[in-house]
Design a protein around this ligand. Structure first.
Ligand SMILES: Cc1cc2nc3c(=O)[nH]c(=O)nc-3n(C[C@H](O)[C@H](O)[C@H](O)COP(=O)(O)O)c2cc1C
Length: 183
């Protein structure tokens, strides 16, 4: 947890990554659930997602998804997205410009599925019906085939906004280096 108001942009950037790394394992961390915005080329779309893992070295976040979901199709056609995270505890918003990818095979997918399939969370990826299919009633159905996929989000730019009674602050962290912005 960051308590003092950091002044140095490099320290703020490091703190952002520390908080991102901590978020998946802390249920109460505001950044564990965010809103992922994508496009189908005509309309914007957005939905809540859970942050499952953060690879700071690769600047990549991992989210789980059903490979048949509309977001999966959107991402394959239009990989540019934005992930918005808000932590009331930190008073920090992140707008992450991300390059999205979908992995349905490979070791990263199979090792995570091996762990997940023993848990109630596995049900989310076992439905016989693709997400969004019209149904007569909301009865959960369980199929046998998994549709588990990893959604990867490589961070291209971090737009950081801090809300504060003494004045809000905003900064951009991208390939040009850290830069203060008018909030
Ligand atoms: C708190 C919360 C967390 C969610 N986390 C995920 C998630 O990690 N992955 C996911 O695919 N859907 C998640 N959902 C469901 C999505 O928001 C969405 O309803 C669903 O994935 C269908 O999205 P799509 O039609 O854009 O593919 C979550 C919903 C809520 C309310």
């Amino acid at each position: 947890m960051v308590t003092d108001r950091l002044e140095d942009l490099h320290e703020i950037e490091s703190a952002v990554w520390r908080e991102l790394e901590a978020a998946p394992a802390r249920r109460e961390h505001g950044w564990r659930v965010g809103v992922l915005a994508t496009t189908d080329g005509t309309m914007g779309d957005a939905r809540s997602v859970v942050l499952r893992d953060v690879d700071t070295g690769a600047r990549t976040l991992i989210v789980y998804a059903d490979s048949r979901s509309p977001k999966a199709a959107q991402i394959q056609a239009f990989p540019q997205g934005t992930l918005v995270l808000w932590s009331a505890e930190l008073s920090w918003q992140l707008r992450l410009r991300v390059m999205l990818g979908l992995e349905t095979t490979g070791l990263a997918v199979s090792s995570r599925w091996a762990r997940l399939k023993m848990t109630p969370g596995a049900q989310d990826y076992l439905s016989p019906l693709p997400p969004g299919t019209p149904v007569a009633r909301p009865a959960p159905e369980r199929g046998s085939r998994e549709h588990f996929a990893l959604l990867t989000a490589r961070i291209a730019a971090i737009d950081w906004l801090e809300l504060h009674a003494d004045g809000h602050r905003r900064a951009m962290f991208d390939e040009r280096g850290p830069q203060w912005l008018a909030p």
